[in-house]
Design a protein around this ligand. Sequence first.
Ligand code: HEC
Ligand code: HEC
Ligand code: HEC
Ligand code: HEC
Ligand code: HEC
Ligand code: HEC
Ligand code: HEC
Length: 330
Amino acid sequence: MRDWFRNRRGGRLIFIAGFIPLLFTIFLSTASEQEVAIADEETRHCLSCHGSYKYQLTDTVTGDVATLKMHSDLFIDPLAYSNATHGTFKCTDCHSADYTIHPHPISTKFELQYACMDCHGGDEMYASFHFETIEEEYLKSIHATELGDEFTCWSCHNPHTYKLSDKQPGQLVNRVAMNNAACLNCHGNIDNYAVLIEKELPDLIKSHEWLPNQSLHFRKVRCIDCHAANNDSILVAHFVLPADQSVRNCVECHSTNSILMASLYKHQAVEKRNSLGFYNGVIMNEAYVIGANRNYYLNIASIVIFIMVLIGIAIHATLRYIHRHKRHGN
Ligand code: HEC
Ligand code: HEC
Ligand code: HEC
Ligand code: HEC
Ligand code: HEC
Ligand code: HEC
Ligand code: HEC
């Protein structure tokens, strides 16, 4: 009895001892989340200018202070930065240490930039992302072949705000919006487009006039679902094709074997298949794809018809049986 009691008390002590640090971590994490979570002094210094719409310069001889506007292209939102996938980095982990000098010396204009592959290539930790396959696919894309070195992975992956997307099913519309924003940042913004090519920026609304209910489609499907070739081993297609090879045929999406099952809904498709052994449910829940719903109701209808036929046969057989017995009885 005493042993039992001691064990119980021991258990409770362990329980309490475990609970206290847990409480602390909860308080600590909420506390540190409230201040923008940039701990590094140097980074905060960079952001005192780049994270603000204005910055100040002091004339070292006269002591005059001028307040100047930070060019919007050089502005970095501190909150978006701290939430980004690479938001724990110091600015100078990627940028030249010469940027700590201000005004920045001319040498900084010639700094070499890291590529994703410099850090992620051949790294086992990131094997699940298949960086090598993504790079191979990217190198075949219209951007890499037509625009050369001026176009890089960073052209779509903003170094300061890129965040690995949330793949929860409920986040699908968000994911579509974030994904398309990467394309529209250039295809909808002449400033960014014109740096790369001397060509008029095509009006996307006109180029997609053939698509009914355009705004709904642009909210529910990604540009890459029509414009990039699928590759089964990566989650996000990176082989962007020339426009004339893009998906135009409605049935490619609006059917039971929709291409979206291998692209937009791929992650959910994998999850559903893992837990339930099949993935048809994804289409029913997330978006309707015309063929799929029709099939669902057709299936129910055919089961109902089948049961009615069985009942019909049963009634018919019983009636005949009774009828024959009556005749024999006579
Ligand atoms: C006193 C304000 C100030 C501080 C502090 C500052 N910058 Fe700048 N930065 C500027 C201004 C103004 C420009 C634009 C003029 C120029 O290129 O020098 C600029 C330009 C840049 C550019 C080049 C943009 C381009 O494409 O031309 C980079 C990169 C940069 N800063 C990074 C940093 C980093 C990293 C730090 C911290 C180590 C930092 N800056 C600190 C004001 C500042
Ligand atoms: C993960 C690497 C990385 C980190 C961390 C990083 N940068 Fe950058 N930054 C880049 C790259 C790459 C470019 C060039 C982007 C391009 O070519 O499109 C760039 C461009 C810039 C520019 C030019 C404007 C622009 O957006 O193209 C400024 C200003 C800048 N960085 C400032 C900063 C500051 C300030 C910090 C820290 C708060 C920082 N960077 C942290 C990689 C990084
Ligand atoms: C200077 C080195 C460096 C460069 C350049 C770099 N990364 Fe990273 N990346 C890292 C490190 C380190 C982490 C882990 C960060 C962490 O866990 O806080 C990371 C994390 C990631 C993750 C998240 C992995 C996960 O499991 O959450 C993705 C995705 C990613 N990087 C993609 C990219 C892409 C795309 C590029 C190029 C556009 C790129 N990275 C460039 C070093 C780098
Ligand atoms: C034409 C634009 C574009 C280019 C260029 C590009 N990416 Fe991406 N990448 C995207 C988009 C869009 C996503 C999906 C983002 C989302 O769904 O939130 C993505 C996602 C990723 C992911 C995450 C995949 C996952 O499992 O969620 C990695 C890793 C990645 N890209 C690496 C690269 C590398 C490496 C390069 C250069 C070799 C590159 N990307 C070039 C647009 C691009
Ligand atoms: C940084 C700018 C930039 C970004 C970001 C960008 N593109 Fe492009 N894209 C261009 C330029 C410039 C061209 C023109 C190439 C040409 O005409 O030779 C182009 C060409 C194309 C074409 C071929 C057009 C044609 O006439 O054949 C398609 C399709 C395309 N992009 C789709 C996308 C998609 C989808 C995304 C996002 C995943 C994206 N782009 C992101 C700049 C960009
Ligand atoms: C439903 C499929 C579909 C979607 C979604 C879609 N496109 Fe297209 N897009 C096409 C087709 C097909 C063409 C070729 C039209 C033609 O040649 O008449 C095209 C043409 C283009 C062109 C070439 C325009 C021109 O006039 O030269 C660009 C650039 C482009 N799309 C970018 C995008 C971007 C960026 C998005 C996302 C915001 C997007 N597309 C969404 C199917 C699509
Ligand atoms: C890349 C895949 C894709 C292609 C190609 C495509 N659609 Fe869609 N379509 C969708 C998705 C996803 C929805 C949104 C379903 C939802 O969630 O409501 C949709 C919705 C619709 C709707 C419903 C609009 C409403 O008001 O509810 C119509 C009609 C439609 N598409 C017709 C077409 C036609 C016609 C074509 C060919 C010219 C076409 N679609 C091509 C994916 C596609």
